[in-house]
Design a protein around this ligand. Sequence first.
Ligand code: GDP
Ligand code: IMO
Ligand code: MG
Length: 424
Amino acid sequence: MSVTAVVGAQWGDEGKGRIIDYLAQDVKWVFRFQGGDNAGHTVINHYGKNVLHLVPSGIFYPGVNNVIGAGCVVNPQSLLEEMKKLTAIGVNLDKLWISNRAQILMPYHRLLDELEETDRGTDTIGTTKRGVGPAYADKAGRSGLRMGDLLHPEWLEGRLDSALRNVNRKIELLGGKPVDGNALYALCMDYRDQLAHRIVDTVPMVRQALKASENILLEGQLAVMRDLDWGIYPYVTSSNPSAAYASVGAGLPAGALSEVVGVVKAYSSCVGDGPFPVELHDADGTKLREIGQEFGATTGRPRRCGWFDAVAVNYVAWLNGMTSLAITKLDILDQFETLKICTGYRMPNGEIVTDTMPDTPSLYEAQPVYEEWAGWNSSTENCRHWDELPKAAQAYINRLRELVGVKVGFVSVGPKREQMFVVK
Ligand code: GDP
Ligand code: IMO
Ligand code: MG
C-alpha cells in the first residue's frame, strides 16, 4: 500500500496533472487536497487534451475514485461545467465524489476577488480571480458554507443569511452590486439537485481504503512557493499546497503519507506577481516561454520564465520531506547551447544563501548565482529510459538531484501520457 502526495515544488504549473494521470494507473483513490478552480492541470491521453480545474486528475481511469477533499473550495457552477465537458468526451464520472466538508465557493467570492484586486491598485497579487482568496478568508472567518450544507436546506438558509450580511457590506464598500439572498438560495438548491448524490463524508471511505491496503494519491493544487505560510507571502494562494496539508485536506492521519513526489520543471516558470529571482528578461527567457508554451492554463497569461532555481527546490524538498522528484519538460531544453542552474542567492551583504528562502522583501534583493552546463542539442522526446538520454542531459539531471538532495523518480520528455519514464 502507498499513500503518495504529489506536490508542486516550484511556483505552479510544473505538470502535476500529467504526473497524476500517469501515477493513477496503479491506485484506487485520487484526492485533491486544496485549492479551487484556479487550477489548470493539463492532461493529454487517449481522451485528447483536457485542462482540469476542480476534478482530480485520476478521472480518466474508470476504476479510480476521484475525491474533491475537505481542504478544497468548490465552485459548483464551474464544477458542473467541467463535468459536462468530460461527459461529452465519454469520461465516466460515476466515481467522482465531493467531501461534505469542502467549502462552497459562491459567485460573490469571485466578485470580491475581482473587486479586491482592483482595489489594490498597482499593488496587486495577480490572482486568477476565481474567488479562491475570499472563499478561504470566509472559511477562516467561519462564515463559509460547506458542500454538505446543500443537503440541509434550512441550515443552509440560515448560514446564507448571516454570510450575506457581511458579504454585502463588503461588496457595497468596494463599489459592487449587493447579492440577492433569494436568488442565491435558489441557485444553491439547483446545485443540490445536480450534485447531492456525490456529496459524501469521506472518512469512512478513507478508513476502508487504508484497511484494504489500497493505494492513494493526494493531488496538490499550485505549489509550495505559493503556499500561504511558506511561499512568497502575500503573493501566494490562500491555502497550503505543502505535503503536510495533504493529510488534513484529504482527511488522513498525519503519519499516513508514505511518499512525497515533488514535481518540477527542468527550468522555472511563474504566473502572478511577487519576487521571482531567476526571472529572465532576455532572449533565453523568451525562448523558454515560446518553446515551453508558457501561458497560463486557466487565465492564458504569459508565464515569467527562468533557469532552474535549486535554492527554491531544495527548500521545498526539505519542507515537504520529499522522497522523489518528478522532472517535467526536459525536452524544452533540447535546443539550448548552454543551460544555467541557480545554485545560490547573493544577498546585499555579500552572503550567499543556499539552504533557505529569504523572506519576501529580502527576496527582491537576491541576485541569483549561476553555474553553466552544456546543452545536449538533440531531441529527447522519444527517450523512454534513462540510458537513452543524451549524456549531457544525464549530467544536468544528476546535478539537479545533487543540489536538491532528493532522488529523481520520474522524467518526462513530452506532454503525452507515454512520454515519461521511471528512473530506477
Ligand atoms: P499543472 O498545473 O502543474 O498540472 O501544469 P499545467 O498543466 O498548468 O502546465 C504544464 C504544461 O506543460 C501543460 O501544457 C502540459 O501539457 C505540459 N507538459 C507537461 N509535461 C511536459 C513535458 O514533459 N514536455 C512538454 N513539452 N510539455 C509538458
Ligand atoms: P495550478 O494548479 C499557477 C497564482 C496566481 C497568483 C497566486 C494567488 O495550475 O498550478 P489565487 O487565484 O490562488 O488567489 O492566486 O497564485 N496561481 C497559480 N499560478 N498555476 C496555478 O494553478 C495557480 N493558481 C493560482 O497567479 O500569483
Ligand atoms: Mg496549471
